[in-house]
Design a protein around this ligand. Structure first.
Ligand SMILES: Cc1ncc(COP(=O)(O)O)c(C=O)c1O
Length: 400
């Protein structure tokens, strides 16, 4: 009898975390490494948020709380949805978990039965298909193209829907492509979804605030109110509020689903950290102006990286609307050989040889379900980014 369960055997460790760990190891061993692989802002958590956490500790907010969130935070989340997304939710429609990842995990484990299909536009965040596999469901990648700036075409979505389709996981701005859907682009998608009442929509709005050039963020239940009753709108404080380590994410949706997610959480982690919940409340209710200041820096870095990568031989890098990622194609390098005599057959070879030769860590696109490409996170000091792009140019220029 095997020790490891069949459910666990269906999944693999997160490849983005694996590559970040490898970069960290090489750095510890003394190599000059620039890691562009991590998905977190390099900015610190704002002081007012830290102070709210310290005050919570001093007040003794150090005990178990309601499993899926303190009422004060749920109320703040309802205010956020009204203020920023024009969506009406009651506290009973809100669930708070240990990061967006747990909320997503709860939603899928609570709903996906063996054989259920979950549509996942590719390139996708690495965890979606693995969580679906863990549940015994069938992840169905729905392809996009670089020509469409990695945005889903409505007719491609429609062709992928079957009677077994339970969810569409929608993510805008996207990790890994940075692509974000305008109102009209999203309306074209929701127009398809209204026709298929068995399909639920899990929208991962984690990068909502990280958009540039006056882009206006929209979310499915806002664009198409007829989808409100079968949409789970997920979000969190990790990215925009620079709180990845605090582990608070949340979602709002139909009460029956929220209740089921709470039941699951009550038998796994119970409440997310009491202290982090008070900090998240301050994040949502407190001053928001630092987001625009951070975005100014992110936008400059995006423009720098896109421009420098487009000058590298064999690369083509679209300019995305949001998040802190770019997803250049490396199709022009496939089949070429490094000065050391190694042939680049796949994007994984590209990433491995780049790390080997120039000490720059990126994540290969096929890990996100679409290649040959790679993901760069530009949430890194601008000087490091510039140096990393110079090294990428040198690496590509040396291929023959
Ligand atoms: C698209 C997307 N969704 C969800 C998450 C999870 O966020 P959290 O750190 O709050 O669990 C991430 C984090 O990388 C992400 O990129």
């Amino acid at each position: 009898m095997s020790l490891i369960s069949s459910a666990l055997k269906r999944i693999k460790p997160s490849q983005t975390i694996a590559i970040s760990n490898k970069a960290r190891e090489l750095k510890a061993a003394g190599r000059d490494i620039i890691a562009l692989s991590a998905g977190e802002p390099d900015f610190d958590t704002p002081e007012n948020i830290k102070e709210a956490a310290i005050a919570a500790i001093r007040r003794g907010e150090t005990k178990y709380t309601a499993v899926d969130g303190i009422p004060e935070l749920k109320a703040a989340i309802c205010r956020k949805f009204k203020r920023e997304n024009d969506l009406d939710y009651k506290p009973a429609q809100v669930s708070v978990g240990t990061g967006g990842k747990q909320v997503l995990f709860n939603a899928l484990v609570a709903t996906v039965d063996a054989g259920d299909e979950v549509l996942i536009p590719a390139p996708y965040w690495v965890s979606y298909p693995d969580i679906v596999e863990f549940c015994g469901g069938k992840p169905v990648p729905v392809m996009t193209t670089i020509e469409d700036n990695f945005k889903l075409r409505p007719e491609v979505l429609e062709a992928a829907i079957t009677p077994k389709t339970k969810w569409l996981i929608f993510n805008s701005p996207s990790n890994p492509s940075g692509a974000a859907y305008s109102f009209d682009e999203l309306k074209a998608i929701t127009d398809v979804l209204v026709k298929y009442p068995q399909v639920w929509i899990l929208t991962d709005d984690m990068y909502e605030h990280l958009v540039y050039d006056d882009f206006k963020f929209v979310t499915p239940a806002q664009v198409e109110p007829r989808l409100y009753n079968r949409t789970l709108t997920m979000n969190g404080v990790s990215k925009a509020y620079c709180m990845t380590g605090w582990r608070i994410g949340y979602a709002a949706g139909p009460e029956a689903l929220i209740k089921a997610m709470g039941t699951l959480q009550s038998q796994s982690t119970s409440n997310p950290s009491s202290i982090a919940q008070w900090a998240a409340l301050e994040a949502l209710d407190g001053p928001q102006d630092f987001i625009a200041a951070n975005n100014k820096v992110f936008k400059e870095r995006r423009d720098l990286v896109v421009s420098m990568l487009n000058q590298a031989k064999g690369l083509h890098c679209p300019k995305p609307e949001g998040a802190f990622y770019v997803f250049p194609s490396c199709a022009g390098t496939i089949g070429k050989t490094t000065p050391g005599g190694v042939t680049i057959a796949t994007d994984e070879d590209f990433a491995t040889q780049l790390l080997e030769a120039e000490g720059v860590a990126v994540v290969h696109g096929s890990a996100f379900g679409l290649g040959p490409a790679f993901r760069i996170s530009y949430a890194t000091a601008t000087s490091d980014l510039e140096e990393a792009c110079r090294r990428i140019q040198r690496f590509c220029g040396a291929l023959n």
